[in-house]
Design a protein around this ligand. Structure first.
Ligand SMILES: CC(C)(COP(=O)(O)OP(=O)(O)OC[C@H]1O[C@@H](n2cnc3c(N)ncnc32)[C@H](O)[C@@H]1OP(=O)(O)O)[C@@H](O)C(=O)NCCC(=O)NCCS
Length: 261
């Protein structure tokens, strides 16, 4: 199922029940306001995150990381009624950030996940269940046999080859982002072995998880295509049979809502 677009003002209302908000935030690849962005987002980041941001060699990698974390903190702060720097994050051994116990005690449970690629940061939030998100820039050049073999199962490779050549790139990236969104949802990341996760790769069909490796085979994971990011494939995975989904596209990083408290 595709995710309906909602207004930023409507999303700022409390995130309750089975609601999921997916925020799409553009990152300028050639930022002409780098200093302004760095100053603004650093105010929302912890010293550890600021230091990590400074270690990126490529400015665009730094911008994506800083904006991803800053936007996530700011949006979490809005949902939880806390200040962005009061949001305590624990990082799983596999790398997945989560709210720490102290923050959960103050603001309640909130699941979230971040992805960034090229000109986009995508961040998803839900109170009631785990989720994972993945965005990738679509590139026909990236579609090499070695990568296809690393990501897709034998059955999926056959399905890919059966598609008209002009649909194969979209099919591959739909499969890749579906698998990564699920892998990030369960928190394991690429260690899951992407070939062990089987998904629908037909670009015309709804995103669907066909087979998950143990112990997740009967978990209630559902996949949803995140549309509207021209030139990108993006998928959301939620651990819920049904959810109330909303997608918010921000025009500029300055439009990320939330008041510092
Ligand atoms: C998570 C992973 C699939 C990300 O793939 P990617 O397409 O390169 O990157 P994305 O932009 O989609 O996602 C990056 C974000 O996912 C989140 N993330 C990291 N590890 C994660 C995990 N295991 N599960 C869910 N989310 C994770 C982080 O928020 C990260 O953003 P950050 O840079 O702000 O911290 C991949 O890096 C991975 O498998 N990592 C885990 C293995 C690992 O490196 N472990 C080291 C222990 S720290």
């Amino acid at each position: 199922m595709a995710i309906p677009l909602i207004r930023s003002a409507d999303a700022s209302a409390a995130l309750v029940g089975d609601a999921v908000h997916v925020w799409c935030i553009p990152v300028a690849e050639q930022a002409d306001d780098d200093a302004a962005l760095t100053d603004a987002v650093n105010a929302w980041l912890t010293p550890v995150e600021q230091a990590r941001g400074q270690r990126f060699v490529q400015p665009e990698d730094r911008r994506r990381f800083q904006l991803g974390r800053a936007a996530t903190r700011r949006l979490l702060a809005g949902y939880l009624g806390l200040s962005p720097t009061a949001i305590g994050l624990d990082i799983d051994p596999s790398g997945k950030p989560r709210l720490d116990q102290h923050t959960r005690a103050l603001g309640g449970t909130m699941h979230f996940n971040i992805s960034h690629s090229g000109g986009w940061v995508v961040a998803a939030f839900a109170r009631g269940f785990e989720l994972g998100v993945d965005v990738e820039r679509v590139s026909a050049q990236a579609l090499e046999p070695g990568l296809i073999d690393h990501v897709l199962s034998e059955r999926e490779i056959q399905a890919l080859r059966a598609l008209p050549p002009q649909r194969q790139t979209a099919a591959f990236f739909k499969g890749w982002t579906s698998k990564e969104a699920f892998a990030k949802g369960i928190g394991v990341g690429l260690a899951v072995g992407l070939k062990s996760v089987e998904v629908s790769i037909d670009p015309e069909a709804p995103a669907r998880l066909m087979q998950a490796p143990p112990p997740h085979a009967s978990d209630p994971w559902q996949l949803h295509t995140i549309e509207g990011l021209e030139g990108y494939a993006a998928t959301l995975a939620v651990a819920a049979r049904s959810a109330h989904l909303g997608r918010i596209v921000v025009g500029n990083w300055r439009d990320i809502p939330g008041d510092d408290q």
